[in-house]
Design a protein around this ligand. Structure first.
Ligand code: DGP
Ligand code: NA
Ligand code: NA
Length: 209
């Protein structure tokens, strides 16, 4: 594969799903797969807990601080905005990004708390649009059974059920819905094929939006 062309851009690939749907381990597998094929690729995740905003988010998620629902919503969004220019630079320079959670998490999790969905979407407008959204689909009960949750704020079955409903509302026909209950290797195989198609079409000049 010719991956060194300076005019070829990278693909913005987003993984979404409930907590414990397997996004994080699939991200790692996709990263090493694309790397092994010679593609420039990085794995990112939101929230990015390393920034100053990310530290506030992390403290909230681990119940070390309390914040108004609107406030934390805007912090999650700000955390995406603070990475936007770097994201654009990476994509333009030909690096593909596999991103574990993005705006859809922002809207689904906050709407699940009862915030107005349109209000939740507003601060996301102007972030880069993904080239591909893969949704790891798992019944909330199944996710909860997977070695239990880690104990962070949102990792509760009833809440995750509500998040799932909002994801369903947000999904559109362009999303690739992956059955996350299948064995890890089967999920991986499906995702690799979808991701490779996307990376190749972006290299061929699909415009960045
Ligand atoms: P993770 O690091 O992927 O486990 O995400 C931490 C938790 O935060 C997880 O329960 C999902 C939730 N989350 C991720 N992004 C957002 C967001 O933008 N807004 C809200 N309200 N929650 C989010
Ligand atoms: Na989590
Ligand atoms: Na968006």
């Amino acid at each position: 594969e010719s991956t060194g062309q300076s005019d070829a851009r990278g693909a913005l690939i987003v993984l979404e799903g409930l907590d414990r749907s397997g996004k994080t381990s699939q991200s790692a597998r996709l990263l090493s797969h694309l790397n092994s094929l010679g593609y420039a690729v990085e794995s990112w995740r939101f929230p990015d807990r390393d920034t100053a905003v990310g530290k506030m988010i992390s403290s909230y998620l681990t119940n070390q601080s309390q914040l108004d629902d609107h406030t934390i919503h805007l912090l999650f969004s700000a955390n995406r905005w603070e990475k936007r220019s770097l994201m654009e630079a990476k994509l333009k320079s030909g690096t593909s990004l596999i991103v574990d959670r993005y705006s859809y998490s922002g809207v689904a999790f906050s709407s699940a708390k009862g915030l107005d969905i349109e209000w939740c979407k507003a601060p996301e407008v102007g972030l880069l649009a993904p080239d591909l959204v893969m949704y790891l689909n798992i019944p909330p009960e199944k996710a909860a059974e997977r070695g239990g949750y880690g104990g962070e704020r949102y990792e509760q079955l009833e809440f995750q059920k509500s998040v799932a409903k909002y994801y369903e509302m947000l999904s559109d026909p362009s999303w690739k819905i992956i059955d996350a209950c299948l064995p890890l290797e089967d999920v991986e195989k499906q995702m690799k094929e979808i991701v490779l198609d996307c990376v190749v079409s972006c290299q061929k000049g699909k415009p960045l939006t």
